[in-house]
Design a protein around this ligand. Sequence first.
Ligand SMILES: C[S@@+](CC[C@H](N)C(=O)[O-])C[C@H]1O[C@@H](n2cnc3c(N)ncnc32)[C@H](O)[C@@H]1O
Length: 215
Amino acid sequence: MDRRDAGFESHPGRGRFNAAFFRVMDAYIDWHLHKHKASVFTDLPTRVVELGPGVGANLRYLAPGTRLLAIEPNPYMHAPLRRAAARHGVDVEIRSVVGERIDLPDDSAETVISSIVLCTVSDPAVVISEIRRILRPGGHYCFLEHVAARAGTPTRWAQRVLRRPWAWVFEGCSCERDLAAVIKSAGFSEVEITPYRIHSPFLPFNTHIVGRAVA
Ligand SMILES: C[S@@+](CC[C@H](N)C(=O)[O-])C[C@H]1O[C@@H](n2cnc3c(N)ncnc32)[C@H](O)[C@@H]1O
């Protein structure tokens, strides 16, 4: 297995740990995020592109029979993602490329989704421009992401103090990104973003945005 795939380097130990972590924590994370995901991952078409699907947290929001094109560079996610897709009756095709260089033509996707991925990519602005490039005019990008807390709050302080161990454990994840600003400045024709907070013991992870952008 090639650990260095189109710019993404997965560490064998942490790659496996993250695949196991998101499998074990799936129901718990969804319990926190379900209401917000359900508001944007709704009425999805039967062909969807997902950025960084991991082990398949969003398969439950797809109708059985959906064709999912998964942009997932971490090879340790692939086998559990295939198994989960089979359980949900979703036909998955995995592309082992990074969101910074999606190997799909311009204007080819109707809907792109992502959840808690832009925190981990190397360059969120480039990834968003790739999403815009592959979306057909009028196509939707539906997202839920965790973001930096307001300056001066205890959560923001925790995000700063814990940034290095957090990034080490979660393969580059940053809790300090203003992803709403990145999405708003990407040139979509419409953008709706709602900030919200969850109350989990993973304090740096508790500040989120959910929304939809139209290409
Ligand atoms: C925190 S996990 C979230 C997984 C899943 N979306 C979820 O909600 O559970 C981040 C995912 O993004 C993927 N990822 C990391 N860097 C990426 C990149 N540059 N392009 C696309 N996906 C990436 C990781 O492999 C991982 O599956």
